[in-house]
Design a protein around this ligand. Structure first.
Ligand code: GAP
Length: 512
């Protein structure tokens, strides 16, 4: 199965089992907006808790807030979003379809990369054991030609985008002979900048003065509350403020399921430090955040850092943690050293001081900020995609299993009476009535036990317990493990300890 087919199956699976639905599906859907279903919301809440506890509970110098989505419109002028939060757009005159100019070019480069990889695969097949990949990449004419082209287009694209030379971006699209995927023509308009913020009107004012924005990041809610939290929480630098919340961006190219959405959730933390100490903290947070990811157990090879060479005007260091999604390595989290840009801008635009008096140095200063910013939906997708597995069992049967980290699974324990009679349901309900206070349980008595196991495998439930006639006499049940499918007989009294030990978030938090 190709990665593309696997990705399609997991999108279908997410819908079939109540993890993720297309928004407004009965009205044919709303593009790039998704709803989380009954199991999706449980998984999402568990991820949020993992992030929140790692940030706010484990660090005495980090506190959380929950700021409003609507904020004073001047905030977005100060932050630079009104002026510069843009994507370059281009329209095809024949199909009337609109595209992100940079994405057209990125797709073109990705196709060249694909050609290179295909050539390498062909070489591997042809030469077998004696294949020397390094030498092949360095000498094969097809690989070399595509490599040169890919690098050249990448450089030209970056130069044009960084200098906001929209005509050069258009010329590159034309030079690369990129055609509209719908009309097949190369009849392009000029490239224009398109602001990504959604706006709406507040109150009865219909003029520009009443225009407010749906926040495109949660970070600004933290910046404008910096002094409130510092003073009321008696926080001493270095300290952090964390927040989880919705953000909105009018993404033009919205695709790859929940990877790029128009309404999504971010988990952001702004860490306020002394000027001059920001790079050391930036390095510390890079390491700490990678540890958080690795503790999920999805595999070290799935992650890599991408250090930004070209920095935004307000940053003096930036890196992404990229994850290997089914469609390749893509940004999952950003770690940015944002200098004193945001606080200084708010100081300038609001006319209010955004300074901290440092009792250790007897100085007043605008703190520097190191930000960690991770997409909740992208984390969900990373975990979901790495856990989704279609297996052929020894007996020839197929099974779909979601190998979710046990502590994140929406349902931790399924309680299954073997038959719907002879007092087994009552016994099962009693166990569930007790354990439901500790872990999320699901009761199921419908269909054969085999079918019920499959249903639980498909939603990632780490444990099933089966209650049979023996249970009534010796107070034992069969516990079945999702991953190994092994079963063992255990005493009901030991159940809580067995399950809790395996689904404990504490154990994971202790690793980070
Ligand atoms: N405050 C900094 C900031 O917002 P960003 O790189 O624009 O930085 C941070 O966004 C994270 O938010 C990204 O790494 C990604 O995980 C997530 N994110 C951004 N745009 C998104 C979108 N349209 N859909 C889903 N997640 C998105």
């Amino acid at each position: 199965m190709t990665q593309e087919e696997l990705f399609k199956s997991l999108i279908a699976h997410a819908k079939e089992y109540g993890f993720i639905f297309q928004s407004s599906e009965v009205y044919d859907g709303l593009s790039a907006v998704y709803d989380y279903g009954q199991l999706g919301v449980e998984l999402k809440n568990n991820i949020k808790k993992y992030w929140w506890d790692a940030m706010v509970r484990l660090n005495e110098n980090i506190v959380g807030i929950d700021s409003a989505i609507f904020m004073h419109p001047k905030i977005w002028e100060a932050s630079g979003h009104v002026g510069a939060f843009n994507d370059p757009l281009i329209d095809n005159k024949d199909s009337k379809k609109r595209y992100r100019a940079d994405v057209l070019l990125e797709d073109y480069i990705a196709k060249l990369e694909e050609k290179i990889e295909k050539e390498v695969e062909k070489g591997k097949k042809k030469f077998g054991e004696s294949f020397d990949e390094v030498q092949f990449r360095a000498t094969n004419p097809n690989v070399l030609r595509n490599r040169v082209k890919a690098d050249e287009v990448t450089t030209k694209m970056n130069d044009a985008l960084n200098s906001a030379d929209l005509e050069a971006v258009r010329q590159l699209i034309i030079d690369c002979e990129i055609a509209c995927p719908v009309s097949g023509s190369r009849n392009w308009t000029e490239v224009r900048q398109f602001n990504l913020m959604f706006s709406t009107q507040m109150g009865s004012v219909s003029e520009d003065a009443g225009t407010i924005y749906l926040r495109p990041e949660t970070a600004q809610g933290i910046f404008v509350n910096f002094l409130n939290v510092q003073k009321t929480g008696r926080m001493k630098i270095p300290f952090g403020i964390a927040q989880i919340g919705k953000a909105f961006r009018n993404e033009i190219v919205a695709r790859q399921f929940i990877f790029r959405m128009r309404e999504f959730e971010q988990m952001e933390m702004q860490f306020f430090v002394r000027p001059g100490e920001e790079i050391a903290w930036f390095e510390k947070w890079k390491e700490a955040r990678l540890k958080w990811h690795l503790a999920l157990g999805l595999g070290e090879s799935k992650y890599r850092f991408h250090n930004h060479e070209k920095l935004a005007h307000y940053a003096n260091a930036a890196a992404d943690i990229e994850f290997e999604f089914p469609f390749g390595f893509k940004e999952l989290e950003g770690i940015h050293s944002r200098t004193d840009f945001d606080l200084s801008q708010h100081q300038k635009f609001s006319g209010k001081k955004m300074q901290y008096f440092d009792p250790e140095t007897n100085e007043n200063y605008v703190p520097y900020v190191v930000e960690t910013s991770i997409g909740l939906d992208r984390t969900f997708l990373a975990i979901y995609a790495s856990s989704y597995c279609e297996e052929k069992l020894e007996n020839g049967e197929d099974r779909v299993v979601l190998r979710l980290p046990a502590f994140l699974a929406p349902v931790k324990l399924a309680v299954l009476p073997l038959v719907k009679k002879d007092g087994l349901p009552e016994f099962a309900r009693k166990i569930m009535g007790d354990l439901k206070y500790d872990v999320n349980c699901q009761y199921d008595e419908k269909d054969s036990i085999g079918k019920r196991y499959r249903r639980q495998d498909a939603i990632g439930t780490p444990f099933c317990i089966t209650i049979d006639h023996q249970s009534l006499t010796d107070n034992t049940v069969t516990i079945r493990y999702r991953d190994s499918m092994e079963q063992e007989r255990v005493s009901v009294e030991n159940l809580r300890a067995i399950v809790e030990e395996k689904v404990s978030m504490r154990k994971v938090l202790e690793q980070i």
